[in-house]
Design a protein around this ligand. Structure first.
Ligand SMILES: [Zn+2]
Length: 401
């Protein structure tokens, strides 16, 4: 990989630290690495699909949120002002099912699990987003969007349920580059009832649905109901970041149907394209050769790792994987990460800080070239102690005084 940058590409700031470099990111929409140019100078709007608060956080969550936390630290160092929105999907089929199973009221369950998740993220030194809206607080915006989509002919109502008309939209599937057959298969695995005969096309997805007994329900033009999954993120991103955003992130498994549907809804509603300038998708975390997922029951929880490994060791393991690549969790790798961290911490010279130390050009270049954190860690390990502390700090590791 070519990460070489000439000094002419760098701007030397008056803080005497070389820290502004040309940023290149892989855009999942174009499938190429592109030079990053924000919509507004020095400002970045970032939306990352957040948590569904019905179970503890696992390593897959920790990977996505640590990647974006570290990216924001780097962008901030690059003198960008980042507005970061991460939603909470508290109205969702899985969420309501879990609340019913455990006999708990859905809001109470959501608040309790969000509290636990935030504790785990704080342990990993992940900073809080600028805004962390709940889907249940965005109902008015959702109803507004659904109403406009019906008016514009992109949605239709049948007996209290409202569906997005994928045929009318015309290019559904172009973002994820999937065939109709592939989309049907994936949709049915990810929450879309393809056998619902009320729909014009099996691919059409729910924007608004009638609430069942004991489910939360809000008043709408189409009766008492609740939102579909995808529309929640369209509403929250537009509410907090406007019609167009710079970077949208999430796990790679969200690309279809979730992000495909977000694009379809948002662009049909606003009439503006593209809704997102750069899409960043994190690779899946595997465990025992399969994707770590609730349905497979092969989750590795942060709360369990915390018992035996330090936050810095877990963060080191996560950042030693390139954000775009799938990787497998093997406990020996975490043990090794703990040894590496212990060794660095022993030699870290804390009298040097990011304020008075120059970050190596090679370190900045690695991060600027599609956010290559594994390369940045390699450079950190090979650097002198007085340089390590600034790199350590920049990557979000906690420095013990
Ligand atoms: Zn989302």
């Amino acid at each position: 990989m070519d990460t070489a940058l000439t000094y002419s590409q760098l701007i030397i700031l008056n803080c005497n630290i070389i820290c502004v470099v040309e940023l290149k990111l892989y855009n999942s929409a174009s499938r190429t690495i592109e030079t990053f140019v924000p919509l507004v100078d020095n400002k970045i709007s970032l939306y990352v699909c957040g948590i569904t608060p019905y179970d503890a956080s696992h390593l897959g969550h920790a990977f996505v949120f640590t990647v974006f936390d570290t990216l924001i630290r780097f962008l901030t160092l690059q003198q960008y002002e980042v507005t970061y929105v991460q939603n909470i999907t508290d109205v969702d089929d899985d969420m309501l099912k879990k609340a019913s199973e455990v006999g708990q009221e859905w809001q109470g369950l959501g608040d309790q699990v969000v509290g636990e998740l935030l504790n785990d993220f704080a342990y990993l030194n992940i900073k809080s987003p600028t805004h962390m809206p709940k889907a249940s607080s965005s109902i008015d915006k959702i109803i507004e969007i659904v109403g406009v989509l019906i008016e514009k002919g992109y949605a239709y109502e049948v007996d209290g349920n409202v569906y997005f008309d994928t045929k009318k939209y015309g290019i559904y599937g172009s973002f994820a580059r999937l065939s109709y057959k592939q989309m049907i298969a994936l949709s049915s695995m990810r929450g879309n009832n393809i056998k619902d005969t009320a729909k014009k096309d099996p691919l059409d997805f729910v924007l608004w649905q009638k609430s069942l007994k004991n489910e939360p329900a809000w008043k709408s033009l189409w009766g008492m109901g609740r939102p579909g999954w995808h529309i929640e993120c369209s509403a929250m991103s537009m509410t907090y970041l406007g019609n167009k955003i710079d970077i949208h992130g999430g796990g790679a498994d969200l690309m279809f149907p979730h992000h495909e549907s977000e694009i379809a809804q948002t662009e049909s509603f606003t009439g503006e394209q593209p809704f997102v300038q750069y899409w960043m998708h994190c690779g899946m975390v595997m465990y025992e050769s399969e994707k770590m997922s609730k349905s497979l029951g092969n989750l590795v929880f942060v709360k369990d790792l915390k018992k035996n490994y330090s936050a810095n060791a877990i963060r080191w393991l996560l950042l030693s994987n390139h954000y775009r690549k799938p990787w497998e969790y093997i406990e020996e790798d975490l043990m090794q990460a703990q040894k590496t961290i212990d060794s660095i911490e022993r030699s870290l010279n804390t009298k040097y800080t990011i304020q008075n130390t120059q970050l190596p050009v090679s370190f900045l270049a690695a991060l600027a070239h599609d956010f290559n954190t594994p390369k940045a860690l390699e450079i950190l390990v090979e650097s002198k102690s007085e340089e390590q502390v600034a790199m350590f700090d920049m990557l979000g590791f906690t420095i013990k005084s």
